[in-house]
Design a protein around this ligand. Sequence first.
Ligand SMILES: [Cu+2]
Length: 171
Amino acid sequence: MEIHEYEKLWLAGALLLIVGFIATVAYGAVGAGVAMVDDENGTVDPDALDEHPKFSDPGVYESEDGGYDVYVVARQYMFQPGTQQPIEVPANSTVTFHVTSADVIHGFEVVGTNANTMAIPGEVATITVEVGGPQEYGLLCHEYCGSGHHGMEGTVRVVPRSQFNATGVSA
Ligand SMILES: [Cu+2]
């Protein structure tokens, strides 16, 4: 059987596309570090967050390895901390956010960075970011969570180490 030159070319092109599509999907699934929030980081009782060792007093905690752990509770329609008082972390540090929700599903996005997760009641989402120099970031809820969703926002402030208010840090 003879295959026309052009037909061979189109066949090769179509095969390339198929391989490309599969590679793209595979990269999206495993390569980009995108994962569903699951039980891996522990579960919490959303009705008893006030009894949790950290979520009962959400905020910035210094961790043993010199980084910072930030515990954030999302609820209709605020981040705690974040909305009423900004989340303050020192410049050039490793910051791990632990985010959960007290009521419905919320989103948690540090605008302009790839820190972006869902906040699901009962689950703890954990994201680690390296923050650079002093800068202010917006914080957004990107999951529709009710009538006040559009106003659910906050601030993450990276401050110079010398200005970092250690009194706001629980040991
Ligand atoms: Cu929302």
